[in-house]
Design a protein. Sequence first.
Length: 113
Amino acid sequence: MLFHHFPHLDKKAAKKRESRQFTMFDKQVEAKLNWKLETISLIELGAALSEVNAFGSKTTRKEIWEALSVAFNVNLERPESALSQLKHRKINPTRFLDTLRYSMIKLIDKSLD
């Protein structure tokens, strides 16, 4: 087997599997949700959660992005760089958050009908 000849690959694979697990209510849980949208949308969401201190003021954006990455089984490469680019969008800098807001309002409106 390939890992027999390259033991470091086996360690990397094991580490990757471990990173796709998280603890929920004192139980190891395998991430079952797979993010299907652009990763920039998840980066935008993580940054917004950080700004409102959704997880406390001592939680860093990096920690939030790491948790979202594990929870949604997605690799967020260089999120700070992506956030910097997002800040320079000329049109609709909060595209994903605006879509979420619109979708929530639409859901509420449907339930009122």
